[in-house]
Design a protein around this ligand. Structure first.
Ligand code: SAM
Length: 306
């Protein structure tokens, strides 16, 4: 099977972008009483130890979440993300990183439903344990399917209340994921035309990645595409130099939130002078720079970690 384990990457710059947007979408969904569903086709393990062996080994969180802690003037949307992470770290030290299922469940009301897919047997088991023991999720509200999220998504759409978010966040370890993601969005929109679909994608030197994003941008309807480059692409063509989130039917609040947040995130997460962001939406071009406020969680975890 595949070797990808999200624990190595938890809290990195890509998680920061993805989860900042996720938190904003959830806040928007919470503005109305009508129940909604969140379907996470690639859920991961749910919660990650930042002081654990894997995260410590990769050190990716140092160039992600860690840089935001205590940084001045965080825009409101980023502050809300930091508050969501802080809720999992009540002692004020960022030792635990919440993945998308945890962030979603934390934001959701009793009437809302969370449907998760995770194919990796170990990650699936950890996810179930985390939800049951740590998050005390009720089986009525949350269901985990240890199956292919691209396939499973089809039978869940549209959700009964016709309100919801589909998060598609593959590791793209398998090149077929690019095609499968595009197809999942196209099929998903046929079944649930008003649904919000959020696709995470890597900025890598791979033709399939570029083609997928260009094809997503050819989708009819309302969409928004935010990307953040943190360093120049490597000479050998390997590695992730940034990431993006493509959101179909975005909340109307998201564009303004990103206009304020992306420039700040770019400055904080930049690893060299090639760092940049772009924000494109259906029928429009990249936006100009802007800035905003300040996070409350200041402390990184203990200095013993790499
Ligand atoms: N969404 C998570 C988050 O934001 O915290 C991170 C998910 S991680 C990038 C991708 C996960 O998808 C991995 O745990 C991997 O095992 C799982 N996976 C890979 N292919 C899958 C598939 N076809 N269906 C469901 N899960 C899959």
């Amino acid at each position: 099977m595949f070797s990808y384990r999200h624990a190595f990457h938890a809290g990195n710059h890509a998680d920061v972008l993805k989860h900042t947007i996720l938190v904003q979408i959830l806040e928007y969904l919470n503005q109305k009483d009508t129940p909604y569903w969140v379907i996470d086709t690639h859920a991961g393990a749910g919660l990650y130890a930042l002081d654990g062996e894997w995260a410590g080994q990769s050190g990716e969180v140092s160039d992600g979440l860690d840089r935001l802690l205590g940084a001045p003037d965080a825009p409101e949307m980023v502050q809300h993300y930091l508050e969501a992470v802080q809720a999992f770290n009540p002692d004020g030290v960022a030792n635990v990183y919440p993945g998308s299922p945890s962030l979603a469940l934390q934001a959701m009301r009793l009437q809302d439903r969370l449907r998760l897919f995770e194919l990796h047997p170990t990650e699936g088991q950890v996810l179930e344990d985390t939800l049951r023991k740590r998050m005390r999720a009720s089986p009525r509200q949350v269901a985990v399917a240890r199956e292919d999220g691209f396939q499973g998504l089809k039978r869940l759409l549209p959700p009964p209340s016709r309100r919801g978010l589909v998060l598609i966040d593959p590791s793209y370890e398998d090149k077929q994921d690019y095609r499968a993601t595009l197809q999942a969005v196209r099929d998903g929109l046929q079944r649930f035309a008003t649904g919000c679909f959020a696709v995470w994608y890597p900025l890598v030197q791979r033709v399939q990645a570029h083609e997928m994003v260009r094809s997503l941008e050819r989708l009819p309807g309302n969409w928004l595409n935010a990307s953040l480059t943190v360093h120049k692409p490597s000479a050998d063509g390997l590695g992730l130099h940034g990431s993006g989130m493509f959101v179909v039917n975005p909340p109307w609040t998201l564009q303004a939130g990103l206009e304020a947040s992306l420039p700040w995130l770019k400055n904080i997460l930049a690893q060299d002078d090639q760092a940049r962001f772009s924000l494109v939406h259906s029928g429009q071009m990249p936006t100009p720079d802007a800035v905003g406020h300040r996070p409350s969680m200041r402390q990184k975890r203990s200095p013993s970690r790499k």
